[in-house]
Design a protein. Sequence first.
Length: 126
Amino acid sequence: MATSAKNVRGLGSAGTGTQHHIRQRVTAIALAFLVPWFVYSIIVACKAGYAGALDWVAQPVNAILLILTLSAALYHMRLGMQTVIEDYIAKTGTKQTLLILSTFAVIALFAATILSVLKIWITAGA
């Protein structure tokens, strides 16, 4: 009884299906822990007003967890958008264009997120 090499290695027709699936599941597990913390923390920070929210973001643990939460969420979103685009867009040119645009959009959101949190964190310490 012979098994093809792709079945043994766990590769799909594109050769990367398993890796994509694992990355999506890892980000989902990370978000399962980070999102409840995020929701609770945002509620508490908003009750303190604008100055309280700035003070909350300026705390090192909160800033790091906020960056991790938003990074995991954006990466998870990118993986999901990639799956939808690859599955439902038939034209190769359109598919490639949308994949590139979605990647750039996620990179732009990631950069804006990191810069915003770091600016609040750094300026609060000065």
